[in-house]
Design a protein around this ligand. Structure first.
Ligand code: NOJ
Length: 545
């Protein structure tokens, strides 16, 4: 079916990121798999208000991989890793999702392959190998040094010396993840064919891994120093990424990918991109909107990756992030928001120094689902999962922990119930579980639970056209609350308000209205005349007359 510009399915969808290793084990090996996901689809959307009600899932990589970076080191882009099942299991999952109207996004990893990928094996075989130039090889500097000052995202030089052929190869991540050379048209063509293979199999789109690094400075020029770098320990931020991230040539590759998607009906891509709001805006393709359909805005996680650290949950920060996004995007482009993912500590754990992380997370849910744009929910966020920091050394998995970041705590298995296997697996899980009291079973019949809040908000969002497609107007600033109004022609406007402080505040209503959902029940009756009373850390949606 042809979709009219402006009314494509992904514009109104709620997306759900699934880390396949951690959703549901079906074969008793302690690792989640595709058949496990298929079994749990009713939880995600069974067409009724009793399910979460999401519209699309994004699966972190499911392709054959040595799992040095848990699937982000791909050794065969068109297969399925046996740990997750086989192609028949993937087909079953796609079909079952489509039966329920759930779209499926895979994780496309264009910047690098595994060092075990046959392309790299061939490339490293000799300097004259047919695929030598499929990767980025350079001679050592005189004296043997690395070709430039680029740093791997996981720390240490982005170059590894290959003894056999006497050259360095580039890897923006682990040394087991060599960077592809997208300046070679054969590489680009091969990667486009990968996309077509999956699009032909019925995949609805892709999340694109580190899209902004795919094309670097043609001469691989050194990066300038980062003036905001002060942390003597981490070298990742020591230099700006001027020449290996968001380098202008990358937008050509973006448009190439878009053209492949446009060969098919109703498909889309969302880019994992980093940078300033202006840099993020470029990924949409400017006024022509011929780039990616969506580009992640991660500013609610970290506002500036030059400085590091996490964004605060306070009114000025939230307002600044929303305003910058609204100002920065070309007409017709819509923002794309995530409050968590498999690379960062979970929302509650980032905002829990005073033990009030849970309350902030409830308010965050109403902001995420109330903002203009595409919301991505990270699995387990909807039941308030927290980081599991108590993982003994011998059970730690993330290779990046040896370098810069440790991501295991936010990747622990989904907690379906309080049983020893949490309903996830009958075997020892690949990572330890979080606290048993956080589970789907404990929350599904409790109208005040986090899960009920998510279900109700997602359901309501579907009914309120202003939330699905309306504009966003920020109300005048104060330091305690953030409020904005969503308006669409012919629909009732909805006001979204959050109190980010530990005290009760009041917000003058611009016009009469009715609370339609709130983080606290007492809020339902809190609209006295023209004042909305907001208890500590609460949020509400108010339908305006
Ligand atoms: C970003 C992914 O989200 C992360 O998990 C991965 O380690 C790197 N890209 C490298 O692919």
């Amino acid at each position: 079916m042809h979709e009219h510009p402006g009314h494509e399915w992904w514009r109104t969808a709620v997306f759900y990121q699934l880390y396949p290793r951690s959703f549901q084990d079906s074969n008793g090996d302690g690792v989640g798999d595709l058949d496990g996901i298929t079994r749990r689809l009713d939880y995600l959307n069974d067409g009724t208000r009793a399910s979460l009600g999401i519209d699309a899932i994004w699966l972190s990589p499911t392709f054959p991989s040595p799992m040095k970076d848990f699937g982000y080191d791909v050794s065969d882009y068109t297969g399925v890793d046996p740990v997750f099942g086989d192609m028949a299991a993937m087909e079953r999952l796609i079909a079952a999702c489509h039966d329920r109207g759930i779209r499926v996004l895979l994780d496309f990893v264009p910047n690098h392959t595994s060092d075990q990928h046959p392309w790299f094996q061939e490339s490293r075989a000799s300097r004259t190998a047919a695929r030598r130039d499929w990767y980025v090889w350079r001679d050592p500097l005189p004296g043997g040094g690395v070709p430039n000052n680029w740093v791997s995202a996981f720390g240490g030089p982005a170059w590894t010396f290959d003894e056999a052929t006497g050259q360095y190869y580039l890897h923006s991540f682990l040394k087991e993840q060599p960077d592809l050379n997208w300046r070679n048209p054969e590489v680009e063509a091969a990667m486009h064919d990968v996309l077509r293979t999956w699009l032909d199999r019925g995949i609805d789109g892709f999340r694109i891994d580190v899209m902004g690094m795919v094309l670097k400075h043609p001469d691989l020029a050194d990066n300038p120093p980062n003036p905001e770098w002060s942390d003597g320990h981490s070298d990742y931020r020591q230099f700006l990424w001027t020449n290996n991230r968001n380098y202008p040539d990358v937008y050509g590759a973006v448009r190439g990918i878009r053209r492949v998607l446009d060969e098919y009906e109703g498909r889309m891509a969302v880019g994992e991109v980093f940078g300033t709001p202006a840099e993020i805006a470029n990924y949409y393709g400017g006024e022509a909107l011929d780039g990616l359909h969506l580009a992640f805005n991660f500013q609610f996680i970290h506002e500036s990756d030059l400085r590091g650290g996490f964004s605060a949950w306070d009114a000025p920060t939230i307002r600044r992030i929303i305003a910058a996004s609204e100002e920065g995007l070309p007409a017709g482009a819509q923002p794309c928001w995530a409050f968590g993912n498999h690379d960062r500590p979970r929302f509650i754990s980032r905002h829990n120094s005073d033990g009030r992380g849970d309350e902030r997370a409830r308010a965050a849910a109403l902001i995420l689902l109330g903002l203009r744009g595409s919301p991505f929910v990270y699995y387990g966020e909807e039941i308030g999962m927290v980081d599991q920091l108590d993982i003994p050394e011998e059970r730690r998995q993330d290779p990046a922990r040896h370098h810069s970041i440790w991501r295991d705590p936010a990747r622990t298995p989904m907690q379906w119930d309080a049983s020893p296997g949490r309903g996830f697996s009958r075997a020892t899980p690949w990572l330890p579980f979080g606290p048993a009291d956080i589970s789907v079973a404990a929350q599904e019949h409790d109208p005040d639970s986090m899960l009920s809040l998510y279900r109700d908000a997602i359901w309501l969002r579907r009914q309120e056209r202003a939330l699905l497609e309306g504009s966003l107007e920020l109300l005048p600033a104060n330091d305690l609350t953030v409020a904005f109004i969503r308006r669409a022609p012919g629909a009732r406007p909805v006001l979204v308000a959050v109190n980010t402080t530990g005290g009760t505040t009041t917000l003058p209503m611009p016009q009469p209205g009715r609370v339609i959902i709130a983080t606290e029940r007492t809020l339902d009756s809190s609209l006295a005349g023209s004042l909305l009373r907001l208890p500590p850390f609460s949020a509400a949606w108010v339908a305006l007359e």
